[in-house]
Design a protein around this ligand. Structure first.
Ligand code: NAD
Length: 542
C-alpha cells in the first residue's frame, strides 16, 4: 500500500500540432503513413497478454482506396471469448488490489507514449484505417486520447478523496472498489480516442476488461494495444477480441460475472444489448452498470440577429469535418428567411472550395466515408432527395465508390421540417436545412425540440441575448452538449464533458468524474473507537 497521499501531475490538454507545410510533424506523419501503407500488418487477438492468431482472418483496407490491403486481423471463436473472460477474472485478483498510484503510473505513461514516440504511428493508423485527414487524426488519436488518459487519472484521485464526515468517536471512510466480475467495452469506428478510453478508464478504476473494437478501427486499435503493453498494463487486464459482434456479445453477456457495459455506437445496437442484459438479469451475480453514448441528429439554430458568416462557418465545419461522421456533427439546420440568401451563398462557396481525396494529400479537407454499407446508405438518401418534391439539393449530390467510398458534401434544403433527413441519423457528409419565417422563432424552437428522438448536441447562433435565453430554455432537454455562437462539434476533455440523453445515450459524460463513478462500487467503512458494551439506552433507565 502507498505510504503517502500522492499528488498526480495536474492534467493539461495536449497541444495540437499544426502539420502546416514545412513543419517537422508533417514530414514525420507522412513518413509513418507511407511505411504503414506499403507494408502489411497482422493483428492478433490479445488474451492474457498473449497474441493469439486464429488463422481465421479478414483483410483491412483504407476506405479511400478499398482495393489496397494494409493487413489482416484475426477473428475470435466462442472459445477465445470464454478464454478472455476466464483470464480476465484471474487477472482481477491482483489488479483489483493494485495500489491506485501504480495504476495511475501505467496510464500516465501510456499518455506520454501517445504524445511522444507513438504520435505519428497512431495518427497514420487513423488516417489509413478510418480515413481521417491529418488534423482530424491529430485532434482525435493523439490529443484526445492523451487528454482522456491524463484527466481520468486526475479525476480518479478527486473521486478517491471524496469522503464522508466523521465524528470524534467514529471514523467513516469510503472505499471505491472496482466492480465485482469483469467489464465489457464495445467501441465505434469513428474515434480512436473513444476506442482507447472506454476500456482504459474502466481498467484505471481497477476493473478487468473484454474489449471489442469496431471492424473498421482495427489498425489503430492495434497501436493502442501496443502502447498499453509498453506502458505496463498487466496480462489479462485488457483483453481484445475481434469478430462476430453478435456471438461475442452473447458470450460475454451470458456470463454470470458480467458486471458492466461501456458502449459507444449506434442507438439500435445499444438498445439491443440493453435488452439482452435485461433478459439475463436473473443470472448475474451483481446488477451490471450500463453506460452507452449513441446516435444524434445534431442541430444548428440561427436567430435573425446572428452573423451570417458565423452561421455558415458553423454549418460547414460542424457538418462536414471528418465527412460528417462525428456523433456531434450538425445534420440539420434552421435558418431565418432574412439571413438565408447570404448564408446560402457562403456555404455553397465554402463547399465548392473543398478538395476531396486521400488523406495522404494534405490539401484534402474531405476524404472517404468509412465503408460500403455507409456509402450505399448515404447514396440512397441522396437519390431519394433528388426525386422528392419538397427538397432541393443546393450543393454536392454526387458520389463514387470506384476507388474509395467518396460522397460529395451535400446540402439539402427542405420545405418540410419533418422530411426524413431532418430526423434520421445518416452519419455522413449530408446536412438538411429548413428555412423559417423570422417571426416564427418560438415555433421553430419547438420544432427543433420535437423533430428527432435524439438529444446529443446543438447550437444556437444569435447576438440578441433574449433570443439566446429563449433558446437555452426551450432546448433544455434537446442536447446534452449545447453551444452558444459556436459549431456543435469539437468537445475537449476536461473542458466540455460529452454525452447526450433521450435516444442519444445515458449521458454519463465521457471524460468526466461522472463517467468514472459508474465503474466503481463504494464500500462504506465505519470504525467505532469506543465500542458500546451495554444494549440499554438511557431512556430505559428507572
Ligand atoms: P455501430 O453501432 O455500428 O458499432 C458500434 C460497435 O458495436 C462496434 O464495435 C460494432 O462491431 C458493435 N456491434 C455492431 N453490431 C452489434 C451487435 N449486433 N451486437 C453487439 N455489438 C455490435 O456504430 P459505428 O458505426 O461504429 O459508430 C457510429 C455510431 O456511433 C453513430 O450512431 C454515432 O452517433 C455513434 N457515436 C456516438 C458517440 C457519442 O458519444 N454519443 C460517439 C461516437 C459515435
Amino acid at each position: 500500500m502507498g505510504k503517502g497521499f500522492f499528488n498526480v501531475p495536474i492534467a493539461i490538454n495536449e497541444p495540437i500540432k499544426s502539420y502546416a507545410p514545412g513543419t517537422p510533424e508533417r514530414d514525420a506523419v507522412l513518413k509513418a503513413y507511407k511505411e504503414m501503407y506499403t507494408s502489411k500488418v497482422d493483428v492478433p487477438l490479445y488474451i492474457n497478454g498473449q497474441h493469439i492468431t486464429t488463422g481465421n482472418t479478414r483483410t483491412m483496407s483504407p476506405p479511400h482506396d478499398h482495393k489496397h490491403v494494409v493487413g489482416t486481423y484475426h477473428l475470435a471463436e466462442k472459445k477465445h471469448v470464454e478464454d478472455a473472460i476466464a483470464t480476465a477474472l484471474e487477472a482481477r485478483k491482483a489488479w483489483s488490489l493494485m495500489p491506485w498510484e501504480q495504476r495511475a503510473a501505467i496510464f500516465l505513461k501510456a499518455a506520454e507514449l501517445v504524445a511522444g514516440p507513438y504520435r505519428y504511428k497512431i495518427n497514420a493508423a487513423t488516417m489509413i484505417g478510418q480515413s481521417k485527414n491529418i488534423f482530424q487524426a491529430e485532434i482525435d488519436s493523439a490529443c484526445e486520447l492523451v487528454d482522456f488518459l491524463r484527466f481520468n487519472v486526475q479525476y480518479m484521485t478527486e473521486i478517491y478523496s471524496e469522503q464522508p464526515k466523521s465524528t470524534s468517536d467514529a471514523w467513516n471512510r469510503v472505499e471505491y472498489r472496482p466492480l465485482e466480475g469483469f467489464t465489457y467495452a464495445v467501441t465505434p469506428f469513428n474515434f480512436t480516442a473513444i476506442a482507447g478510453n472506454l476500456p482504459a478508464c474502466m481498467a484505471l478504476m481497477g476493473n478487468v476488461v473484454i474489449w471489442k473494437p469496431s471492424d473498421s478501427q482495427v489498425y489503430s486499435a492495434k497501436v493502442i494495444m501496443d502502447i498499453f503493453e509498453e506502458a505496463g498494463v498487466p496480462p489479462g487486464v485488457i483483453n481484445v477480441v475481434f469478430g462476430d459482434p453478435v456471438m461475442i456479445s452473447e458470450t460475454v453477456l451470458s456470463s454470470p460475472d458480467f458486471s458492466g457495459l461501456h458502449f459507444t455506437g449506434s442507438t439500435f445496437i445499444f438498445k439491443e444489448l440493453w435488452k439482452q442484459i435485461g433478459n439475463n438479469i436473473h443470472n448475474y451475480k451483481t446488477y451490471p452498470r450500463i453506460v452507452g453514448e449513441t446516435g444524434g441528429k445534431d442541430f444548428i439554430m440561427a436567430h435573425k440577429s446572428a452573423v451570417p458568416k458565423q452561421v455558415s462557418t458553423a454549418i460547414v465545419r460542424g457538418a462536414f469535418e471528418f465527412q460528417g461522421q462525428k456523433c456531434s456533427a450538425a445534420s440539420r439546420a434552421y435558418i431565418p428567411k432574412s439571413l438565408w440568401a447570404e448564408v446560402k451563398k457562403l456555404i455553397i462557396e465554402d463547399v465548392k472550395s473543398f478538395k476531396m481525396g486521400s488523406p495522404e494529400d494534405m490539401g484534402n479537407f474531405i476524404t472517404a466515408v468509412i465503408h460500403e454499407g455507409s456509402f450505399d446508405k448515404l447514396a440512397k438518401y441522396i437519390d431519394a432527395a433528388k426525386k422528392d418534391a419538397d427538397v432541393e439539393i443546393i450543393a454536392g449530390g454526387n458520389y463514387d465508390k470506384s476507388k474509395g467510398y467518396f460522397i460529395e458534401p451535400t446540402i439539402i434544403v427542405t420545405s418540410n421540417p419533418n422530411y426524413t433527413t431532418m430526423h434520421t441519423e445518416l452519419f455522413g457528409p449530408v446536412i438538411t436545412i429548413y428555412v423559417y419565417e423570422d417571426d416564427a422563432y418560438a415555433d421553430t424552437l419547438e420544432l427543433v425540440d420535437s423533430t428527432s428522438e435524439y438529444a446529443l448536441t446543438g447550437a444556437i447562433l444569435a447576438t440578441d441575448r433574449y433570443a439566446i435565453t429563449q433558446a437555452t430554455t426551450a432546448l433544455q432537454n434537446c442536447a446534452g452538449n449545447f453551444y452558444i455562437n459556436d459549431k456543435c462539434t469539437g468537445a475537449v476533455v476536461g473542458q466540455q464533458p460529452f454525452g447526450g440523453a433521450r435516444s442519444s445515450g445515458t449521458n454519463d459524460k465521457a471524460g468526466s468524474p461522472q463517467n468514472l463513478l459508474r465503474w466503481v462500487s463504494t464500500r462504506l467503512i465505519k470504525e467505532t473507537f469506543v465500542t458500546p458494551t451495554d444494549y440499554r439506552y438511557p431512556f430505559l433507565g428507572e
